[in-house]
Design a protein around this ligand. Structure first.
Ligand code: MD5
Ligand code: FE
Length: 215
């Protein structure tokens, strides 16, 4: 359902098999070459969320190919299957209006995935995603425990905002006028995920983005 112009929540979009496959794949990605870890912020803060990246390595607040803030290794490539999943996600969310949110060539080609893991205590504070040099939509996929996703406004970290509950299998797409909205995850509900996904605790979130950086 539409939350704001360009922001669309599609509940229960991933099939149980897709969720299982993504959980298994995330276990492999989390092992390295750059391991999943708590990102350390420039002023010394440590994020409660754990992250592993594919395609480009995100470090606050830029994208690099090597993880010089972790172990110096080169980031793993973004699998073609995730690019294809991102295209299907955009088509599902925007349906016949999908062209309105894409570039002149009408193609969505994400080049980075951020895989975030939230344990029961993890949170993400209100922020904008503006390290990409490209306004292409962001595709967000949730697996495991439910959470409160706080969708705000483009001007301030504070109100007005809309709280949306995201559950396992949900798709959320942020494009067009919603691309640079402040957002965060103030709460995860431990124990709400289905262990059948292979994730026995916590919440996984995959986001696909186009960085606009040279190939
Ligand atoms: C999450 N991750 O649930 C979210 C999903 C992050 C992050 O916020 O930066 O890793 S992505 C939510 C998002 C991305 C881009 C734009 C907007 C929301 N938005 O305009 O609201 O772990
Ligand atoms: Fe974000």
């Amino acid at each position: 359902a539409g939350i704001a112009p360009g922001a669309v929540h599609v509940p229960d979009w991933l099939s149980p098999a897709q969720q299982r496959d993504l959980v298994a794949a995330c276990r492999g990605w989390a092992a390295g070459p750059v391991p999943m870890r708590h990102t350390v912020l420039p002023r010394g803060g440590v994020m409660s969320v754990q992250t592993v990246c594919l395609g480009w390595h995100w470090q606050p607040y830029r994208y690099t190919r090597t993880a010089d803030d972790v172990n110096g290794e080169c980031v793993a490539p973004l699998p073609d299957a995730l690019v294809e999943l991102g295209r299907q996600a955009l088509a599902a969310a925007y349906e016949s209006a999908v062209g309105d949110y894409l570039d002149g060539r009408g193609e969505y080609t994400p080049d980075v995935a951020l895989v975030n893991y939230y344990d029961g205590a993890a949170r993400m504070g209100m922020h904008q995603d503006k390290d990409e040099r490209c306004a292409a939509p962001v595709v967000s996929l949730s697996i495991g425990d439910s959470c409160v996703f706080r969708f705000g406004n483009a001007e301030t970290r504070g109100r007005p905002y809309t709280d949306v509950e995201l559950e396992s299998g949900d798709l959320f797409v942020f494009g067009g006028p919603s691309r640079f909205t402040y957002h965060g995850v103030p709460k995860v509900y431990p124990g709400t995920g289905d262990p059948g996904t292979g994730l026995t605790r916590g919440r996984l979130n995959l986001t696909l983005r186009a960085t606009g950086l040279p190939v």
